[in-house]
Every structure is written in C-alpha cells, then in structure tokens.
Write a protein that binds this ligand. Structure first.
Ligand SMILES: Cc1ncc(COP(=O)(O)O)c(C=O)c1O
Length: 446
C-alpha cells in the first residue's frame, strides 16, 4: 500500500527548499508538525482539482471502502453533508420546484445549514415508534415508505443519520431497497460509522446500498480532527460522481489542511494492514465492558459495537452527574446529557482505559427500577420554509417568552448539534420544555 500524500510532504520537508509560500511557519518547528503542513504547491495536487497525489490517495481509499469515488474533506462530515445535498439538488430531474428531501428529525446541524443554503424543502419522517431522544429516530423502511407516500411529489432524496450519536443503527439495507425500487437516492450521514466497513460483518452504508454517505474519519479512525470521507457508490445516479468535487468546493475553504489530508492518507495504509484484527479485539473488549457494567446494575442502550451508551437516568442519576463522576476518575466521556452518557471505543483505547472506566462505574451504585424520564419528541408545526425564516430579520428573546412565535435561526444544543426547533417552526410549550432541558434559555424569533 502506498501513502502518496505523506510521501510527497516528507520528501519536500527533507529537500531543504526555501518556502516562499503559505503557511506562515514555513515548516520550522514550533508545535512540531509544521514541516509537513503545506499548501497547494506544485506536486502537492489540488483538493478540488485533484489529478496527482491527492487523486491517487482518494482512489485508493475509494477501493478500500468499495466506493466508486471517495472525496477527502478537511472540514469534517459537516462539509460532506452540504456537498451531498448539493449533488442531489443539482442532479435531480425536475428543477421547477425547490429540492425535496425526506429525513427523520435527528439530523445534524449541517443538514439544516444545507437546507438554508440550497433552499431545500424537508418532509420530516416521524417513525411509528416515537423517538424519546433528540439524537435518535428509530426510522424503518416502512416509516420511509409512508413519508414518501404522503408527499405531493417525488422526493429528490431520502436522508438518514445512522449510526446516530447514541449508537442506534437504522436498517440501511431495508431503506435502500425501498429507495432503489422508487428510484430515489439514499444519502446516509455515517459520520459515526467509518469503522463499520471493517467489522467481521461489513455494515458500512455503501455496502448496504446507500448512494452516498459521509464518514467522519476523525471520529472513529486514527485521523486528525476535521478529516472526513465522502463516498459515492457504484450504483449512484449518473452525474453524482462527476459534479461532487465542484459542489464540495462551493462550501469549502480554498486552503485545505495538508496535515489532515496526510492523516487520511496514512490512515488508509493503517486500515489495510492491521486494522481489522485490532477492531475485532476492540469489539470483544467493548462487549466485555458492557457485560461488566450490566453486572454492576447499569443499563446500556444502542446497537453499535464500538459505543457504550449508559442509560444513567435509569440508575437514578443524571447523565451529566455520572459524567462528572467519571471525570473525577480521569475518564472523559464523549457526551453526556440529562439522561445518558456516551463513550466511544477504538483500538487506541488501552486495557488501562477500560479498567478505569469499569472501576469508576463500579464505585456508583445504580438505583434499581428508577424511571426513565425521556420525553417524546413532538412533531414540528411548520409555518414557513427553512431558508425564508433563517434569513429573515430576527430578535432574541427568553425561551419563556417565545411561545407561539416562529423560530428564526435553528436551535441546536452545543453537542450533539441536533435541532430542537428548526427555522420556520412554531415554538410550542413542549419545545420550550425540551430547550430548557438542554440548557437553552434564549432563542431567535421572527
Ligand atoms: C451525526 C453527526 N453527523 C455529522 C456530524 C458532523 O461531523 P464533523 O464534526 O466531522 O463535521 C456530527 C458531529 O458530531 C454528528 O454527530
């Protein structure tokens, strides 16, 4: 396996060339990584016009993931999400009306931003089994079919977030079969699931039939923060692969980070060599940890093999409080909220990490039979299009004064950046209750 981007950067760094180009540190040591931080000089290729080392590295990664085309992003899945929606918008057969996308409500904020920028209309899917967390949807193929049948026109895409922030996985295979039968592209936010391709049973969305997906390589693979992959499948509609780079360049910086690209490049090499075995060991160790937590009386939820989502509230303690206890044992979780604690595992967690976590959890005695406090996520009352409301003049008010008003800029909690209320929706008493639960006390209204 070759590592063309990193090889180029290393050769250049060792060549003694005087750098009269960006970045300003000129490869001199300050933090220690500077000599490999480049800009798009001759030989280093261009991310959005890739024909050299970047194209070579992306093609190698595409082959590794079984994709027809893979694009590197140095601005996370957030950039890939906007790109995927722009690709669908551009390639749709009928341009007489704004693009229409079907999506369950647990979308990341980047999806809403794309709707604002691209003037996308959204038909939200509310699954038959109501979700009790902002972050999860539980969407099925049947829910998707029902939502499509309720549209007054053929949607331009179905968009699903799986795995979600809490480790629940949707039936991508089933949803993809439905979409293929109707000729509707399926787009998957797989930000949390880059590793799924390398499990004993490959559960990556591209393998399961998605037309496009994004993987935040930095979330579950050894990549620098911001490193992400956008994959287009061999069976994606014509035109997707051809316009994808152009669409990505509309939203991206013209100074992509070479350090991040090099980490994606090196990561590809690692994935091909040692990763499958290491991942299998992580899956087993995570399962053992889950068993041990159950033995101490803790309930975990979710289906992901490399995530531990502890339903703290069912043990009589809030997720945020349990998070603080973990921190006092030098364990930093990925996320906590009033109900849950989320922990992510990779082959780079050591046995000592797992033991620290298990000891910390053993030090707290969960109350048996404590009730879950999850609220059902209410259906949105849409008053006007997302773009129109987001770009309208707004004012900020206390959430208690917002009842009955129309939301201006979409409100998400800081983590996990899933909307509580979307631009153009009425702010109801149920929404106000959820906003407060997530610590949000001010809101922009029209
Ligand atoms: C479900 C989901 N999608 C997309 C994103 C955005 O990913 P990135 O941080 O790589 O831009 C996140 C980030 O947390 C996420 O949780």
């Amino acid at each position: 396996m070759s590592t063309p981007i990193f090889d180029f950067a290393k050769r250049y760094a060792e060549s003694g060339t005087a750098r009269f180009h960006m970045p300003g540190h000129k490869g001199r040591k300050l933090h220690g990584l500077e000599k490999y931080d480049l800009t798009e000089i001759r030989g280093a290729d261009y991310l959005f016009g890739a024909e050299g080392v970047i194209a070579e590295s992306e093609a190698r990664t595409a082959a590794l993931f079984g994709a027809a085309k893979t694009l590197y992003s140095t601005e996370g899945s957030s950039l890939c999400i906007k790109t995927m929606l722009a690709v669908v918008s551009r390639c749709r057969p009928d341009h007489s009306r704004p693009p229409l996308i079907i999506a369950p409500r647990n979308v990341h904020k980047a999806f809403i931003n794309a709707c604002i920028l691209l003037d996308i209309e959204v038909k939200w899917v509310y699954p038959a089994v109501k979700s009790t967390s902002l972050c999860s949807s539980g969407v099925t193929a049947a829910d998707t079919e029902k939502a499509v049948s309720e549209c007054d026109r053929r949607p331009d895409g179905v968009y699903v977030t799986s795995p979600d922030y809490l480790g629940f996985m949707a039936d991508i295979g089933g949803i993809s079969r439905f979409c293929k039968g109707r000729g509707i592209p399926l787009i998957v936010d797989n930000a949390h699931g880059a590793y799924l391709r390398f499990l004993e049973e490959d559960r990556h969305p591209i393998t399961l039939g998605a037309d496009m997906c994004c993987d935040s390589a930095h979330k579950t693979l050894p990549c620098y923060t911001g490193g992400a992959l956008m994959h287009i499948s061999h069976s994606a509609p014509e035109g997707f692969a051809a316009c994808a780079k152009l669409m990505m360049s509309m939203f991206a910086s013209t100074s992509p980070s070479y350090l991040i690209m090099e980490s994606l490049d090196l990561c590809g090499d690692y994935l091909e060599k040692d990763y499958r075995q290491a991942l299998a060991e992580t899956v087993s160790r995570t399962a053992l940890c889950r068993e041990r937590l159950a033995g101490y009386g803790w309930k975990t939820v979710g289906d992901e093999k490399c995530k531990l989502t502890i339903a703290a509230v069912r043990g009589g303690i809030s997720g945020d409080e349990l998070g603080d206890i973990l921190r006092s044992h030098s364990v930093e979780p990925e996320y906590t909220d009033p109900d849950l604690v989320v922990l992510m595992t990779t082959p780079f967690n050591t046995e000592e990490d797992y033991l620290k976590l298990e000891n910390a959890m053993a030090s707290v005695k969960p109350k048996q039979g404590a009730p879950a406090r999850f609220d059902e996520i209410p259906e949105a009352k849409v008053v006007m299009p997302i773009r129109q409301a987001a770009l309208a003049p707004c004012r900020e008010v206390d959430v208690d004064e917002a009842e009955g008003a129309v939301c201006g800029m979409t409100v998400t909690s800081c983590q996990p950046s899933v909307p509580v209320v979307v631009s153009g929706e009425e702010i109801t008493p149920e929404i106000i209750k959820i906003l407060k639960r997530y610590g949000i006390f001010r809101i922009s209204v029209l």
